[in-house]
Design a protein around this ligand. Structure first.
Ligand code: SF4
Ligand code: SF4
Length: 113
């Protein structure tokens, strides 16, 4: 089985990165944080660039995977959950680049994006 096929199968089980959208934002203050976190929105600080991580299920997502298949956006094709500060702990791709399932259940499966 090719690496791409293995990864596709793992993504089908996970789907976490298709249920979250990142919006660049300014640094949130304490009150902003309280307001947004009460709504399930988290913030990440990626080397000084702040992003709001908003739960949002992509309309292209189906239980069988992405409806767009190979026509999905380049950002989706290039995305690597292992490098995402918010999702690296749930991404099922392994850290040795072999596409082997890590132990454990994704904590945000079905809950975030
Ligand atoms: S977080 Fe990783 S395993 Fe999960 S859908 Fe995204 S790329 Fe696939
Ligand atoms: S277009 Fe497809 S791969 Fe991209 S976020 Fe939506 S469902 Fe996921």
């Amino acid at each position: 089985m090719s690496l791409n096929t293995k990864r596709r199968k793992l993504c089908l089980r996970c789907q976490a990165c298709c249920k979250l959208i990142y919006i660049p934002t300014s640094r949130p203050n304490r009150e902003n944080l309280k307001f947004y976190t009460a709504r399930g929105i988290r913030f990440i600080n990626n080397n000084g660039v702040f992003c709001a991580a908003v739960p949002s299920v992509c309309p292209q997502l189906t239980p069988q995977g992405c409806k767009m298949g190979d026509n999905r956006p380049e950002d989706c094709k290039a995305y690597d959950g292992r490098k995402d500060p918010l999702l690296k702990s749930v991404c099922l791709w392994d850290t040795k680049n072999q596409g082997v399932l890590k132990r454990g259940t994704p904590r945000v499966k079905g809950g975030l994006r």
